[in-house]
Design a protein. Sequence first.
Length: 235
Amino acid sequence: MHVRNIVILTGAGVSAESGIDTFRDAGGLWEQHRVEDVATPEAFARDPDLVHRFYDMRRAAIQTKQPNAAHAALARLDREWPKKAGGEVLIVTQNVDDLHERGGALNVLHMHGEHLTAWCAACDARHRWTGPLSHRPPCPACAAPALRPDVVWFGEVPYRMDEIFAALREADLFVSIGTSGAVYPAAGFVRAARDLGARTLELNLERSQGSAWFDETRLGPATEIVPAWVDEMLG
């Protein structure tokens, strides 16, 4: 099958070897709170101090981590594939870290938002943000103390879904890397890609919940199997 356009979905497994905890580490608890209790609009309305503290810690931690070999390999594919095949690579990530970008990738879409961005609930502006939000700093655009983490919480609609499905319609190959296959709508992308005629490939530490939908599955650490696959694609 001739491959021109590639859509890559990445999840927590691509950043785990950089030392970034997955969302459900420690049994899904944080300070004895269920993760869901610090990641919903209702939780933020009920106890904004708790929610801000959770995200301030994660925002600070992410900035101490470095991209790994999987991020670097995908950045290389992003950079070299258009010259080799005349097509495009789109990296759609469920991750809210910036390791794809720091690894050198340019064509990255964050469907679940970004830790290093703050969103103003008053004026809808978004700002690059690397410090804490728990002290209610004013929005740089409107000065309202209404900034919140620019992260898609449980019950909220992921970002840029129209762009993602437009890319899937044009894709010849869909690749899922380091995802559990448990979180929708991302877990449904493989079936959408198959229905649209794309070949599907899973690269994961272990088989995902949706593994049966893939034409091929390769198992192993992301820092090993992703660079090997990119080397294969680029010849």
